[in-house]
Design a protein around this ligand. Structure first.
Ligand code: AMP
Length: 375
């Protein structure tokens, strides 16, 4: 089926294949079921959260047999960005995959990602590739301290990176991370962290959500405020322009997230995620159309849904604990999402989105929830 035929054909009852079956897959599945879609997930973990919302193929990502089964879906996507590029290329050879291997390759390597930002005129911190101690010493001369040393690949939730404030820190960090290709970045003295999520459909339609403000602790996202308070129209416009350039450059279809630092009124890009994103979970109750529904609409060639916020809201991750659901839901306009995972320290096991009519009420509700969700 060529793309025009696929867009024209009816999607009711169509099967969507998904590489990865974590909580993002589960929420994609919940949105997909509402649209009458069938979902097949592929994940090595038999106990994956998405098994509750579709068929789960338990297999390594590169199994030819499992990939052949997945490739028979109308369209295949991924919810986990560290899936092997080889698996996505194998799927592309047999069927339709969105977003494709090109975006995945860029997002999987922090050096390629930052080089791509730079080539599109999107500001980044200073950065240099590093693969030996002499290279690190030379890069430190140019980048300066403080700096952040990161593995180029497979970092997530603050893992695989260290902040360097002295040469001693650099030596210790290199001892720890030096076995893998690295990138040294200048430390950005940001006022706050923001992100923007945009969606591009198979027909080229693009929509974007309002900028949101993110709070991390220990490299893990704790809280998102949506829309980000006090964002000027100009800042929103700049963020939208950045992500639109990326969507077009990568010939991207689906949801793309761009994480940014706000510094002195400007934006510096940190990273992209070629998938639905934790800083977009608020859209389930807080926006006219959720990121999960819009991702499915985009990859199936359907019209995209409106992205306006329906209210100001906050999303709080539930990390390493099982909260008292009764207490969470007693907070007005709070919505609990539980992923069916065993709580372990530092593990995201659910989230709560709370809506409020004004900033003061939102602050009060967030404070109440933070007490309930603290370990
Ligand atoms: P990342 O894995 O790149 O998203 O980094 C995790 C978190 O570390 C970010 O959300 C920031 O809070 C912080 N961080 C990462 N890179 C930098 C940087 N170059 N300067 C300052 N903080 C950073």
């Amino acid at each position: 089926m060529d793309d025009r035929e696929a867009i024209a054909s009816n999607v009711l009852g169509a099967r969507v294949g998904v590489l990865g079956a974590g909580q993002l897959g589960r929420m994609l599945g919940l949105a997909g079921r509402a649209l009458g879609l069938e979902l097949t997930f592929l994940d090595p973990n038999a106990d994956s959260p998405a098994k509750a919302v579709g068929e789960l193929l338990v297999s390594e990502y590169e199994s030819a047999e499992a990939l052949a089964q997945l490739a028979s879906a109308r369209v295949v996507t991924f919810e986990f960005e560290n899936v092997p590029v080889g698996a996505v290329k194998a799927l592309e050879a047999r069927g339709t995959v969105f977003p494709g291997s090109r975006a995945l390759e860029v997002a999987q390597d922090r050096l390629h990602e930052k080089t791509c930002f730079r080539s599109l005129g999107i500001a980044t911190p200073k950065f240099e590739a590093v693969s030996s101690w002499p290279e690190l010493a030379a890069a430190l001369e140019r980048v300066g301290l403080p700096a952040v040393l990161k593995t180029r690949r497979f970092g997530y939730d603050g893992k695989g990176q260290a902040v360097l404030r002295s040469e001693a820190d650099a030596q210790a960090a290199f001892q720890q991370l030096g076995g893998a290709p690295l990138i040294l970045e200048g430390f950005v003295p940001f006022q706050r962290e923001l992100s923007i999520i945009a969606v591009r459909s198979r027909s080229g339609e693009i929509v974007s959500y309002p900028l949101v403000q993110n709070h991390h602790e220990g490299g893990i996202l704790r809280k998102t405020l949506a829309p980000a308070p006090g964002v000027s129209e100009e800042l929103q416009r700049v963020a939208r322009r950045h992500i639109e350039k990326l969507l077009l450059h990568l010939d991207y279809v689906g949801v793309l997230a761009l994480e940014l630092f706000e510094v002195d009124g400007g934006l510096v890009a940190n990273e992209i995620a070629p998938r639905v994103h934790n800083t977009g979970h608020w859209t389930i109750e807080g926006a006219r159309t959720s990121q999960f529904e819009n991702h499915l609409r985009a990859i199936l060639g359907l019209p995209l849904g409106a992205t306006d916020a329906v209210s100001s809201c906050a999303m709080l991750n539930v990390i390493g604990m099982a909260p008292d659901a009764r207490a969470v839901l007693a907070v007005p306009d709070a919505h609990l999402h539980w992923y069916g995972k065993e709580p372990r320290p530092g593990r995201k096991v659910g989230h709560v989105t709370v809506l409020a009519p004004d900033a003061t009420t939102l602050e009060e509700r967030v404070a109440q929830l933070e007490r309930i969700l603290s370990v």
